[in-house]
Design a binder for this molecule. Structure first.
Ligand code: CO8
Length: 628
């Protein structure tokens, strides 16, 4: 499902930001407000936001003009008829949203995908007013939508997989880090975020601590700049109260808005943040907030709303917490986390999820993964999944990559591997923060680098061909990973380089060796000595990547190529790969001898018999991958 034209209904605080991100992602965007006055105000909001971006050096005037040229305003809903995707971002009033979708359903072409930015209503219920619930999902943006990278892509039971994939891809192309969540009250992030600030207000109700103490304890515990009370003052008491009230309505007593929060809302006031911090009360506050957040987060996962990794991502990317609930539980120990939840369970029986109890019983921490492996038929996809740090390689990530490669190596059904990155980067290099700590100890940095070299060698010597699908930054160790792959396809917005010398170090994961062998000494020297980043087209021109495709086509192209390769004889592929690699290690005569031996071995395989027979019989061969 291809998206070219996007409609955004509503150009308020959220809608204007959503329209801007869509246009920044390269989509023709039409934004609608019902009156010219509201439309002018909304469009001005976009202009002001971009002007601020220029002031802060985040946007150039040329880029502004390019983005602005893609945005069109209208007061007429029927102008959205030919949009491929329509995102609703109007006021949070259910009747209004339902009426809008019913009207859009009449106006838009049958293939238009609908998405709502609701944070309170069930997406399925809004979808039910249309005749296309299968083409309906949620795109839940976080404030401010242009800057906050988190995007919850909400699937209902009826949203078809192609629409989910299209919405996830749309999120990625507009620079967001999408997490897939199930349609449920508060989705993933608001569920524990609302519980967090509501519990802060309950602590106030119970007289456990005053506002400055609770705010300070929350800042220290979650590594944030603003505690819950200050945050509510900034983001709006109305929103905070209604968030809690709506979860209370759908999920029951535990989410009932705290007395102080209700009173504040009813009196239309802001929190009074003045007063002295009482350090003796901070621990009690921290323990309650941690207990609530961790318990609710585990419940969200138990209900299948999101994965543990995505919940943590929601916290670190969407809320800017230093760590997500699952990483926090791993740090404190799961048994301790369970202890913190017991007093909450006494007040709210059934609060502690079975999932957590089971994990505690296993004696193991939560298995938070930074590398995902999925196998679909003959094709395995390894996705580097640490988008909050642009997939930078630390020891844990490298170990997980090594484990994924070992699984692929042992799986005879896998014929080709695609390696790619989550979010806006393939891999932005080795983790500079971890290297900074290790570099003070020569043994430790040598061990880390040797380990990294070993993992890259595992990629290179995998019997199956490996395609790097380079979806963004491939820098330093990230480019070195791509160079260890057999084939590189880059999206047109990828940036590649070996910037190590700018950090006062040199490439150490094969950058001086593999780059030189691939593109020759001159080009390699220029890349390494300048540390400059180059675009995908330039990378293709110098032979660093095989080809360049539009960002939206990257994975599709990689998969098509993988399928073509996967249909060939596996033993022949593995031996040909080994022979190609030998060219990098052996003098020509020895390389030719090596090639001869492998070629003769391949001649003896059943797949050779099948391949040649199939040609003679004018049919497609069926390869088994048997050695003899
Ligand atoms: N290591 C650790 N964290 C990183 C890395 C990295 N390589 N790259 C990005 N991040 C983190 C950022 O710190 C930031 O985190 P936070 O939000 O917590 O501050 C987050 O990712 C997002 O990054 P930015 O905000 O910087 O994103 P921008 O879009 O503004 O910029 C860039 C993107 C240009 C890619 C920028 O992040 C950058 O320059 N990154 C570093 C690139 C680099 O220098 N890579 C080479 C690393 S060295 C290396 O790979 C050596 C290999 C082994 C050598 C061994 C020798 C012994």
């Amino acid at each position: 499902m291809e998206i070219k034209k996007v409609g955004v209904v509503g150009c308020g605080l959220m809608g204007s930001g959503i329209a801007q991100t869509a246009a920044e992602g390269g989509f023709t965007t039409i934004v609608r407000e019902p009156t010219q006055e509201l439309l002018d105000k909304g469009l001005q909001r976009i202009r002001d936001f971009m002007a601020k971006g220029i002031e802060k050096g985040k946007m150039t005037p040329e880029r502004r003009d390019e983005v602005w040229a893609r945005i069109q305003g209208t007061t007429d809903l029927s102008d959205l008829a030919d949009c491929d995707l329509v995102i609703e971002a109007i006021t949070e009033v259910r009747d209004a949203k339902e009426a809008l979708f019913a009207e859009l359903d009449q106006i838009c072409k049958p293939s238009t995908i609908f998405a709502t930015n609701t944070s309170t209503f069930r997406v399925a219920e809004l979808a039910a007013v249309t005749k296309r619930p299968h083409l309906f999902g949620g795109l839940h943006y976080f404030f401010p939508p242009v800057i906050n990278k988190l995007l919850e892509v909400v699937r209902t039971k009826e949203t078809v997989p192609e629409v989910i994939e299209t919405l996830l891809n749309f999120g990625r192309l507009t620079g967001k880090l999408p997490i897939l969540v199930l349609d449920s009250p508060g989705f993933a992030v608001n569920r524990f975020f609302i519980a967090w600030y509501n519990e802060a207000a309950r602590l106030l109700d119970e007289g456990v601590a005053n506002i400055p103490t609770i705010d300070e304890a929350a800042c220290e515990t979650f590594g944030i700049g603003m505690g819950p009370f200050k945050l509510i003052n900034v983001s709006g008491v109305f929103l905070a109260y209604h968030g809690a009230a709506s979860l209370y309505e759908s999920l029951g007593e535990f989410y009932k808005p705290a007395k102080h929060l209700r009173e504040l809302y009813e009196s239309n006031q802001l929190w009074d943040l003045s007063g002295e911090v009482d350090p003796t009360r901070k621990q009690a506050v921290a323990e309650r907030l941690l207990g609530v957040v961790c318990g609710v987060a585990a419940r969200v996962v138990e209900e299948g709303v999101a994965t543990i990794e995505d919940v943590d991502r929601g916290a670190t990317i969407g809320l800017r917490w230093a760590k997500g609930p699952f990483a926090l539980m791993n740090d404190m120990g799961l048994e301790h986390a369970l202890e913190l939840m017991k007093p909450i369970e006494e007040r709210h029986p059934g609060f502690i999820p079975d999932l957590l109890k089971k994990q505690v019983a296993s004696g193991k921490p939560w298995p938070l993964r930074h590398v995902r492996l999925s196998v679909d038929g003959a094709i395995a996809t390894i996705t580097m999944s640490r988008p909050e740090a642009l997939n930078a390689l630390n020891r844990k990530v490298l170990q997980e990559l090594k484990d994924a490669l070992a699984q692929v190596r042992a799986n005879r059904a896998v014929r080709v591997v695609i390696l790619t990155g989550e979010g806006n980067a393939f891999i932005a290099g080795a983790d500079i923060k971890e290297m900074q700590a290790l570099a003070a100890q020569p043994d430790a940095i040598r061990e880390f680098t040797e380990f990294g070299q070993g993992v890259l060698r595992d990629i290179e010597t995998l019997p199956q061909p490996v395609i790097a699908a380079i979806n963004g930054f491939a820098l330093g160790g990230g480019l070195e990973v791509a160079l260890a792959c057999d084939i590189r396809i880059a999206s047109s917005d990828a940036r590649l380089g070996l910037p190590e010398v700018g950090l006062g170090i040199m490439p150490g994961l094969g950058g001086t060796q593999r780059t030189t062998r691939l593109v020759g000494r001159g080009v390699a020297s220029e890349l390494i000595f300048t540390g400059d980043l180059i675009g995908a087209e330039e990378a293709a021109r110098v032979g660093l990547v095989n080809r360049v495709v539009e960002p939206a086509k990257l994975m599709e192209t990689a998969r098509q190529l993988a399928e073509r390769i996967a249909s060939r004889a596996p033993v022949a592929l593995a031996k040909a790969k080994a022979a190609i690699l030998a060219t990098q290690q052996l003098p020509l005569d020895e390389g030719l001898a090596f090639e001869l031996d492998r070629a003769i071995e391949v001649m003896a395989t059943p797949d050779r018999v099948e391949g040649m027979q199939a040609f003679i019989e004018k049919r497609q061969p069926v390869f088994t991958g048997e050695e003899t």
